[in-house]
Ligand binder design. Structure first.
Ligand SMILES: Cc1cc2nc3c(=O)[nH]c(=O)nc-3n(C[C@H](O)[C@H](O)[C@H](O)COP(=O)(O)OP(=O)(O)OC[C@H]3O[C@@H](n4cnc5c(N)ncnc54)[C@H](O)[C@@H]3O)c2cc1C
Length: 237
């Protein structure tokens, strides 16, 4: 199958802003970013670094007039992109290709379920910012420690569960994906739910199956994507 070539944008790091102990915001600037078109939440680009690797990252914010985008990167320490981001300084060069990604449809949802680990938190926030104010939302976000929450859009009708893998010094913590899975497997899903799940691929696949089989949600009401997979570099979801 042929893929339509995506526009590419030469960019440089403009600012580096720690958000939590595991999430780092990189603000990229580049003249072409005035022409980048972001049409819906969760859109993403391939971020390519000078040594040649590239991985998928969500466009958290796009400011066309300033020719800037923000990308929030998980510092998991174990891959070329995570290592490059941890050492990034203003002036470092990179290339973005995209945008890509399907439009997750929440039209008519009585209730929206969002489930994400840190890698999918930026995308989940783009959804939260665009959902209608009357939609009831339950959000489950797996994070490293209780201090790693981020501010959420101020909207009515949202119930948020921050699931911290480690509860403090001396706590070994849960492997990534376990808390999200265990919590949602034990949670009632209201009728009319439309779900968006993203994060570690095995956890996402387990939750998708659970929603389809045990709660009989229609397939089109379960948007699920593995953003990375334990032990697999450059996982293609
Ligand atoms: C559509 C889409 C949007 C995404 N948006 C974002 C985003 O906004 N921010 C973000 O940080 N990530 C995002 N990701 C996930 C990101 O692409 C992967 O985490 C990617 O593997 C990181 O590349 P790397 O070079 O750091 O590690 P890789 O070389 O790909 O992997 C090396 C090792 O690190 C492990 N690993 C990869 N990611 C993680 C992680 N998050 N935690 C723990 N271990 C990990 C792998 O299992 C592997 O063992 C997105 C993925 C997709 C598909």
């Amino acid at each position: 199958m042929f893929r339509r070539p995506r526009p590419t944008y030469d960019v440089e790091v403009g600012a580096v802003t720690p958000l939590t102990s595991t999430l780092l915001r990189l603000t990229f600037s580049g003249p072409g970013l005035a022409d980048l078109t972001i049409e819906h939440p969760t859109q993403w680009v391939k971020l390519a670094i000078p040594e040649g690797s590239s991985r998928a990252y969500t466009i958290r914010h796009h400011r066309p007039a300033a020719r800037e985008v923000d990308i929030d990167v998980v510092l998991h320490g174990n891959g070329p992109l995570a290592r490059w981001a941890a050492a990034a300084r203003p002036g470092d060069r990179a290339r973005l290709a995209g945008p890509r990604g399907r439009h997750p449809d929440f039209d008519g949802a009585a209730h929206v379920l969002l489930a994400a680990d840190e890698s999918a938190l930026p995308a989940a926030l783009t959804i939260l910012e665009q959902l209608g104010p009357t939609t009831e939302v339950s959000a489950y976000f797996e994070i490293a420690t209780p201090e790693d929450t981020v501010p959420l859009p101020d909207r009515p009708g949202i119930t948020t569960s921050w699931l911290a893998r480690s509860t403090g010094p001396g706590s070994f913590g849960h492997p990534k994906g376990v808390l999200l899975t265990d919590t949602l497997l034990a949670t009632d899903i209201p009728p009319g739910t439309v779900a968006w799940l993203a994060g570690e691929a095995t956890a996402v696949a387990t939750l998708r199956r659970h929603l389809l089989s045990d709660w009989s949600l229609p397939r089109e009401h379960v948007h699920a994507k593995g953003y990375w997979k334990h032990g697999e570099a450059d996982h293609k979801g």
